[in-house]
Design a protein around this ligand. Structure first.
Ligand SMILES: NC(=O)c1ccc[n+]([C@@H]2O[C@H](COP(=O)([O-])OP(=O)(O)OC[C@H]3O[C@@H](n4cnc5c(N)ncnc54)[C@H](O)[C@@H]3O)[C@@H](O)[C@H]2O)c1
Length: 338
């Protein structure tokens, strides 16, 4: 007797966005549990592969295959493209799909629009790191450098998780983008939102600073920017010079992933010849194995692990399935079996 063939379910960006709205606290908890499962060794997370184009050096497509065990027990792969010139075409820079594979049969059972999942899991990891490092959901002021898709998601997590924030300082090379972002924040009730003239203005007096640019090389070099000991959420990974990295307490998600591909951590390793400047992982903080030293700037540089996409993708998939949503592709595997 043969087992029934699995079905394939396609989830659009709309399906994904519907599940996130109103449920960001739950999503953040899924990300927390995924970090802990990864930390406990219940995962396989090979290095991402970078497909680059000699004729288009700023563009890339990255594959992130992974397996996450424990309560998740799912395998899969995210295939995410970054084409910065898309903005001139009037379409978003990043596009992605996530394929979820059944851990028992290997069959892909879902294909999800994944730029939203990727942005959500990234924002969730940043806000989780911020609350873990700060110890509360309070910020006197938040600085945001690079006001695109990821920054928007981080704002939504801060808002939905009830962060008490006294103000926002925004900087973007595209000033109009920062102004639009600021107008949206103000409309949603954020206090004291100001667009500033340079990146330094988004550090000054900000105890939490978010870096979400698309910089390929360090453009921030002055360790004095860190003198007031902020928590820097360095999601774009390549903004800070080694001098700045060396002036802070450095936390990442997974050292072997984050110290490569010319990230600021990688450049610092090349400069110093070792990785001693990386003080721990977010899981170290979550489990209490390490703590933030008093009065020290902290830089969180998460590479962004494929296991997080799997965890959030599976969570979205299970919610949609329970509601009878998504678009099934009946008979997707039938011809293979006949
Ligand atoms: N670490 C992770 O897990 C992770 C996951 C997803 C995305 N990312 C990174 O987050 C970054 C932001 O992604 P996004 O989807 O929001 O991009 P986006 O293109 O939507 O927005 C980027 C914004 O940064 C601005 N910008 C570019 N260079 C700048 C600079 N030097 N100073 C100030 N502003 C600058 C652009 O004008 C744009 O408004 C990317 O680098 C992406 O690779 C990291």
């Amino acid at each position: 007797m043969s087992a029934p063939l699995p079905n394939l379910l396609v989830l659009s960006g709309g399906d994904v966005a519907d599940q996130l709205e109103g449920n960001r606290a739950e999503c953040l908890d899924v990300v927390r549990r995924a970090y802990l499962a990864h930390d406990a060794g219940s995962s396989v997370n090979p290095q991402s592969a970078f497909l680059r184009f000699p004729h288009q050096p700023r563009s890339r497509i990255i594959s992130l295959p992974a397996y996450l065990g424990g309560e998740f027990d799912v395998a899969g792969i995210k295939w995410i493209a970054s084409f910065p010139a898309n903005r001139d075409r009037g379409i978003p820079r990043a596009s992605a799909v996530l394929v979820l594979n059944d851990a028992e049969t290997g069959y892909p059972f879902a294909c999800l629009e994944s730029s939203i999942i990727s942005a959500a899991r990234t924002a969730a990891s940043a806000v989780l790191a911020a609350e873990t490092i700060v110890g509360t959901r309070d910020a006197r002021r938040v600085g945001i450098i690079g006001t695109g898709l990821i920054a928007r998601q981080v704002w939504k997590f801060l808002r939905d998780l009830g962060w008490r924030t006294g103000g926002f300082r925004l900087f973007d090379l595209d000033r109009a983008a920062a102004d639009r972002f600021g107008a949206a924040l103000t409309e949603q009730g954020a206090p004291d939102v100001v667009t500033v003239d340079d990146a330094a203005g988004a550090f000054a007096d900000c105890d939490v600073v978010l870096l979400t640019t698309v910089a390929g090389e360090p453009h921030l070099h002055d360790p004095a920017l860190l003198a007031h000991a902020p928590v820097v959420l360095h999601l774009s990974l390549r903004d800070l010079s080694p001098e700045m990295i060396l002036a802070a307490h450095n936390i990442t998600d997974d050292v072997d992933h984050a110290v490569r591909e010319r990230t600021s951590l990688h450049l610092t390793e090349q400069r110093t010849g070792n990785r001693g400047f990386v003080h721990g992982t977010l899981a170290d903080l979550l489990t209490g194995r390490t703590a933030r030293p008093e009065g020290t700037p902290v830089i969180f540089s998460p590479f962004g692990l494929g296991v997080l996409d799997l965890a959030v993708g599976k969570w979205v998939h299970d919610r949609v399935t329970a509601q009878g949503g998504g678009t099934p592709v009946p008979g997707f595997y039938d011809a293979v079996a006949s």
